[in-house]
Write a protein that binds this ligand. Structure first.
Ligand code: WTA
Length: 661
C-alpha cells in the first residue's frame, strides 16, 4: 500500500489530472485565486462584467448592487430581460438551434428527444395558452407535475410571460399543495392526470381536486391537465382543461414579456425551523446569472456534453440544474421520469450507458442505496455497464460520507472523473461552495472552497470568525446576485431568519454548522443547526411533522420530532408521541403507529413519515416547559444519557421510551 493509500480517506487529496486541467475553463488554482482576487478588488465590477457577459439584456443595466435597503439587496435593478429568451431564443441561429435540448426517458424506458427549436416552439404555444386564459405578468401559477418535458415547458412558459411559478413536488400531499396554493394566491394550477413511477401509475390530478376542495383558494381560475396516460381523470367543466384543449391552434411564436431584473422568477417553498414552509422568492436576473455561470464553472459545460441531473423539478436543484441552467448553457440534458431502482437498481448506470452521459449529478442517498443494492445483487454493480462516457460527477443535497464518495469515484467515475460536492440551498439559488473540476484538489467529504465572488466564513455566536479546525455557523459576508430576495409576502421573517442582528444584520446565516480543515482551509459541512431535518436530501422541518402528528387530535396529545443518523438516508425521522388515551399495549402501539404514519403522509407526504415512533406518558421538559430535544436525540441514537438531567421536571421520564415502532 502506498503512503497516500494508507492515509484515512478524509486526508487523501485527489488533484485534477493533467488532461482534465488542460481542457478546463478554470484550470488550476492560480486561475481560481485570480478570479477571487478580482471579486475582492472590485466586487460590483466583477458581478457587472459577468452579468453582461452571460445574460442577454433587452435593456442593459447601469446599477449593479443596491444596498440601501439591506438586507433587501437588489441587483442590476434598472436592467430588463426575459428568462426564457435567455434559455431558448438566444440559441436560435446558432448551432444549438437544432441540437437536442432534452432526452426524456419515461418510467417504462420510452425515450423522446426534443431540440432547442422545438422546445422554444412548445414553450411559446404554452405561453400563448396561458395568456389566452388570462394569466398575466406577476400572477402566480402552481406547477404540480411529474418529471417530464411538459413540466419544464410549463416553467419556461410562465417565465416567458412574466408569471411567477411555484412548483410543488409531486410527492407532496393535498394539504401541502393547498397550503402553497393559498399562500401564493395562485390563479392557475398546471398538473398531470397521473404520474408513472417505479412501474406504478399514481393519480395526481385527483390530489389537486382534493386540495381545491379544502377551500380558501378561490383565486384559482384554471387547472390545466397534462394527460399522461390513457387512463381518464375527472375534469371539472369550465375550470379544468387538458393540454390538448388549450394548445390546439395556439401559434408557436410568442412575444416574450420583458421584465425588470428584480421581477420574481419563482417562489419555491422550503422548510424552516419554525412554522409553515417559507416561500423563497428568487429574482429573474440574479438567479439566471448564477444558474448559467455555475454550469460553466462547476460543471465546466462543453458543447458535446450530455448532462444528467437526477433531481426533481419540485426542488431547487431541479430549478437551477434542469429547468434553467442547462438550457441557458445550451446543453443537452437527460430528464428521467422514474426511480433509480426500477425495473432494477442498475437503471442509472444503464441510462448513462444508453445516453452516453458525460456529467452525472445526484444525491448521496441515491449513491448509498445503489451501493447497498449492488452488494445484494452484484449484477447491478456499475462495473457491468459501460460508463466510459462520464467525465465529471456531482453530489448535492446532504454531506457525502467519504466511503460513499470513494465508491462513486472508483466504480462510477472509474478513478478518472472529478467529483464536485456542491454545497448550496434553496435560498442560495445555485452551488456556492464547490470544487472546480479543473482546479481544486478534491478531498472526500469536503465541499472544498467557496466559488469566486462568494465570501463564506464560519463564526461563533458573537459573530467572530472561528479558527480553522473549530466548528461554527456558516455565514456569507456579502450578498451575491442569486441570493433569495425575500420570503413571499413575509419580509420580516426573511430578515429574522437569515440576517440576525446578533451577527451584524447584514450577513446571510445559512443555518448549517461547518468547520474548515486546518491543513487547507477546506469547508466540511457538519449539518443543520436549526430544527431542519435532511432525509434523503429532502429538507423537512421538525415543526411541520410535529404539527401533522398533533393534527390527529383524537389520538395525539403531544409530539416531538428529532433526527437520528441513518446509514442510507443520512438522517431518519424519529417521533416521540404522547397519546391521549392510556399507554398502549404492544398490539395497540403497532396499530397506532400505522395510523400516525398515514396521518403524516396525508398531511405532508410520504417523505415526512417517521421511521421510528416512541410512545411515552409525557415528554421530557425543563422546569420552564421546554422540550429537551437534546435528550430525545440521545434516545433516538440509542446513546445512554450521561448528561445532567437535574433540570428536567421529571428525570425518571426517560426510562419510559423503551419501545420503538
Ligand atoms: C444540505 C439543496 C452538505 C445543507 C440544494 C443545506 C448539503 C440544505 C450539501 C439545503 C452538501 C446541501 N454537503 N450538506 N454538498 N448540499 N446540503 O434547500 O444542510 O433543499 O442547508 O437545497 O441541504 O437544502 P435545500
Amino acid at each position: 500500500m502506498s503512503n497516500i493509500e494508507s492515509l484515512s480517506l478524509e486526508h487523501r487529496s485527489f488533484p485534477p489530472s493533467e488532461s482534465v486541467v488542460k481542457q478546463a475553463r478554470i484550470s488550476g488554482m492560480a486561475d481560481y485565486h485570480q478570479l477571487c482576487t478580482k471579486a475582492a478588488e472590485d466586487y460590483k465590477g466583477f458581478w457587472a462584467n459577468l452579468a453582461r457577459q452571460h445574460l442577454f439584456w433587452h435593456k442593459p443595466f447601469t446599477r449593479t448592487l443596491d444596498e440601501t435597503h439591506a438586507p433587501f439587496y437588489t441587483w442590476f435593478d434598472d436592467g430588463e430581460l426575459n428568462a426564457s429568451v435567455n434559455c431558448l431564443d438566444k440559441h436560435m441561429g446558432t448551432p444549438v438551434q437544432n441540437k437536442t435540448a432534452i432526452i426524456f426517458e419515461a418510467d417504462d424506458g420510452k425515450v423522446t428527444h426534443i431540440t432547442y427549436q422545438q422546445l422554444l416552439e412548445r414553450v411559446c404555444q404554452f405561453a400563448n395558452a396561458l395568456k389566452a386564459h388570462g394569466v398575466h405578468q406577476g400572477d402566480r401559477v402552481i406547477i404540480y407535475m411529474p418529471m417530464s418535458i411538459e413540466g419544464v415547458i410549463a416553467m419556461q412558459a410562465c417565465a416567458r410571460i412574466g408569471a411567477i411559478h411555484s412548483v410543488v413536488f409531486a410527492g407532496f400531499s393535498a394539504n401541502a399543495l393547498h397550503e402553497r396554493m393559498v399562500d401564493t394566491e395562485a390563479v392557475a394550477v398546471i398538473t398531470a392526470s397521473h404520474q408513472h413511477r417505479g412501474g406504478k401509475i399514481l393519480p395526481l390530478k385527483t390530489i389537486v381536486d382534493e386540495a381545491l376542495s379544502l377551500g380558501h383558494c378561490d383565486a384559482v381560475q384554471h387547472v390545466f391537465v397534462y394527460q399522461r396516460s390513457e387512463t381518464p381523470c375527472p375534469l371539472t367543466p369550465k375550470r379544468d382543461k387538458t393540454f390538448a384543449d388549450i394548445l390546439a391552434n395556439q401559434p408557436n411564436t410568442c412575444e416574450p414579456v420583458i421584465v425588470n431584473a428584480e421581477h420574481p422568477l419563482f417562489i419555491l417553498y422550503t422548510s424552516g425551523s419554525t412554522g409553515k414552509p417559507k416561500g423563497i422568492q428568487h429574482a429573474t436576473a440574479g438567479f439566471l446569472l448564477w444558474a448559467k455561470l455555475t454550469m460553466d464553472w462547476v460543471f465546466d459545460m462543453r458543447p458535446e456534453d450530455i448532462f444528467w441531473c437526477t433531481a426533481d423539478i419540485g426542488w431547487i436543484t431541479g430549478h437551477t440544474y434542469i429547468a434553467y441552467g442547462p438550457l441557458a448553457a445550451g446543453a443537452t440534458q437527460v430528464i428521467f421520469e422514474g426511480t433509480p431502482s426500477y425495473p432494477h437498481a442498475g437503471r442509472f448506470w444503464e441510462m448513462i450507458e444508453r445516453h452516453r452521459c458525460s456529467i452525472f449529478y445526484t444525491a448521496p442517498t441515491a449513491i448509498r442505496s445503489l451501493i447497498k443494492a449492488s452488494e445484494a445483487h452484484p449484477e447491478v454493480h456499475p462495473a457491468h455497464y459501460d460508463l466510459s462516457s462520464l467525465r465529471l460527477l456531482g453530489s448535492v443535497g446532504e454531506p457525502i460520507n467519504p466511503e460513499a464518495w470513494m465508491w462513486y469515484y472508483q466504480h462510477v467515475g472509474g478513478k478518472r472523473c472529478p467529483i464536485v460536492d456542491t454545497f448550496w440551498q434553496t435560498e442560495t439559488g445555485g452551488a456556492v461552495i464547490s470544487p472546480l473540476p479543473g482546479a481544486t484538489p478534491l478531498v472526500p467529504g469536503s465541499c472544498t472552497l467557496p466559488l469566486p465572488g462568494i465570501l463564506a466564513s464560519i463564526v461563533d455566536e458573537t459573530g467572530h470568525t472561528v479558527p480553522h479546525g473549530t466548528g461554527g455557523m456558516l455565514v456569507f459576508e456579502k450578498p451575491w446576485p442569486a441570493l433569495a430576495r425575500t420570503i413571499w409576502r413575509n419580509p420580516e421573517r426573511y430578515q429574522l431568519a437569515y440576517f440576525p442582528a446578533s451577527l451584524g444584520g447584514h450577513r446571510y446565516l445559512a443555518g448549517d454548522s461547518a468547520v474548515r480543515r486546518p491543513d487547507n482551509g477546506y469547508f466540511c459541512m457538519i449539518g443543520r443547526m436549526d430544527d431542519v431535518l435532511n432525509v434523503s436530501g429532502h429538507r423537512l422541518g421538525t415543526m411541520e411533522i410535529e404539527s401533522a402528528l398533533v393534527a390527529l387530535t383524537e389520538l395525539v396529545a403531544e409530539a416531538a420530532v428529532v433526527a437520528c443518523p441513518d446509514p442510507l438516508t443520512g438522517e431518519a425521522i424519529c417521533a416521540f408521541v404522547v397519546l391521549k388515551g392510556a399507554y398502549p399495549s404492544d398490539h395497540e402501539a403497532k396499530q397506532i403507529a400505522v395510523r400516525l404514519r398515514e396521518g403524516v403522509t396525508q398531511n405532508i407526504g410520504a417523505i415526512a413519515k417517521p421511521k421510528y415512533i416512541y410512545f411515552g406518558e409525557s415528554l421530557p421538559k425543563t422546569r420552564s416547559g421546554k422540550i429537551m430535544r437534546r435528550l430525545l436525540r440521545n434516545i433516538a441514537k440509542g446513546e445512554s444519557i450521561t448528561q445532567d438531567t437535574s433540570t428536567l421536571e421529571n428525570p425518571d421520564i426517560l426510562a419510559q421510551f423503551d419501545r420503538v415502532y
